[in-house]
Ligand binder design. Structure first.
Ligand SMILES: [Zn+2]
Length: 417
């Protein structure tokens, strides 16, 4: 079993120049069959502008991999009825891993973004990197054992990290945010254990990928996904691609200043968005308002958690609603600046704030759009994610799928476990 260095989608592996044409064509054909789900060689030839024989050669190679199959005859356009090619969504499985500050989740998906198995555990990721390694091994084994129904080969592993990801060192968590992880190259052992490549990316970027392919931003090529959890991050998609910035760490919306005289932040600044809408900030704010709302359902709850604040908001509790409305206002100030700057089609809010639905969206839209130039405001839809807690893991698996569609070699090296 080979060693598989970690990859970041921002720094794809170098291609072998001599075979680039053939490989690219095979990738293009595979992606076409995947997108169309069923298509004939003649249609592929017409779409790609390549000859029938060149296309047939690429198709033959793909049939050998078992990723596509021939599925009977299609409709004739005058002449022989063409053979239809279909993508086999169950030909491989992918592991999608979501590491948060306080949880580890693992999904197994097929090649169409369907979650076949799912495990989620609370864990103190910040302080216990060794425990995370052991938990990951266990959860990956459990989900792979539970997948159904095919027992297909594992193709790759996608990992979402709650930290900016440096494309040159994708396994390194930010030492400022995660001091206990300093110097550790995380997750590489997982790829070696399973004999597959590991793609690492920031969790908010992967949330954006999931929304783009399977969620509210399907069909939207200029949008932003905001993940409001322990930290607050954003995945920005521009012209259909994740925007990464000069060094690969774009999207740190949590450190956009929304009140210059606000509380100090871990980044060294003051009044960052994360100091108002991160989970700790929301729980602390709810606690500080308890005296003002003695009748609140949260009054007798110790220790108070973000789940309590969420549940109370959804139940219409006045204290929890006050906290939510404040958070919406701060988030709205940050979003207004970004809408003005980028003229986005849509913004999808996920993480704990995303679970609050209209309780968040009504004050959020009000706060964001009242500060936005009319033209940009009119075109920007603000919604909450419908993908639920699996979204980052699903995006991580999708990133592997997209990598394999671009370079079908990924489909070939996989071993069965
Ligand atoms: Zn900050």
């Amino acid at each position: 079993m080979g060693d598989f260095p970690l990859a970041s989608p921002a720094a794809p592996a170098a291609l072998d120049g001599r075979r680039v044409g053939e490989r690219r064509l095979r990738g293009v054909v595979l992606e076409l069959v995947w997108r169309h789900e069923s298509i004939s060689r003649a249609d592929i030839s017409r779409i790609t502008g390549r000859s029938r024989s060149t296309v047939s050669e690429a198709v033959a190679g793909l049939l050998d991999t078992g990723l596509i199959r021939e599925a009977g005859a299609g409709r004739s356009r005058g002449g022989r009825r063409p053979v239809i090619l279909r993508f086999r969504d169950d030909a491989r499985v992918i592991l999608g891993v979501d590491i948060g500050a306080t949880h580890v989740s693992v999904a197994v998906t097929d090649l169409r973004g369907r979650v076949l198995a799912w495990e989620d555990r609370s864990h103190d990721v910040r302080e216990d990197p060794e425990g995370v390694d052991a938990l990951l091994v266990a959860l990956c084994d459990r989900t792979l054992a539970a997948r159904s129904p095919t027992g297909s080969k594992l193709m790759g592993i996608g990992v979402g990290m709650p930290s900016p990801v440096d494309p040159k060192r994708p396994g390194r968590m930010s030492p400022r945010l995660y001091p206990a992880w300093r110097g550790r190259d995380a997750f590489g052992a997982l790829g070696t254990r399973h004999g597959v490549p590991v793609y690492v990316d920031n969790d908010a970027n992967l949330g954006a990928v999931a929304e783009h392919w399977w969620g509210n931003a399907t069909g939207s090529d200029n949008f932003m996904y905001v993940k409001a959890g322990s930290g607050v991050g954003a995945g920005i998609v521009v012209d259909g691609k994740v925007y990464r910035g000069a060094t690969g760490v774009a999207g740190e919306i949590g450190h956009v200043v929304v009140d210059g005289s606000g509380p100090p932040c871990v980044c060294g600044s003051r009044g960052c968005l994360a100091t108002f809408v991160g989970t700790r900030a929301l729980v602390a704010r709810a606690q500080s308002l308890l005296q003002r709302y003695p009748g609140s359902a949260l009054a007798g709850t110790t220790p108070l958690t973000i789940a309590d604040v969420e549940a109370a908001t959804l139940a219409g509790d006045p204290l929890a609603l006050a906290v939510t409305h404040e958070a919406a206002r701060y988030l709205g100030i940050a979003l207004a600046g970004i809408i003005n700057l980028m003229n986005l089609e849509s913004i999808v809010v996920g993480g704990h704030l995303g679970r609050l639905g209209e309780h968040l969206l009504v004050p959020l839209r009000d706060a964001a759009l009242s500060r936005t130039l009319v033209g940009s405001a009119a075109s920007c839809q603000i919604t909450t994610s419908q993908l639920g807690p699996q979204s980052v893991a699903l995006g991580a698996a999708t990133q592997v799928l997209l990598g394999a569609l671009a370079d079908p070699r990924l489909f070939q090296g996989a071993t069965s476990r």
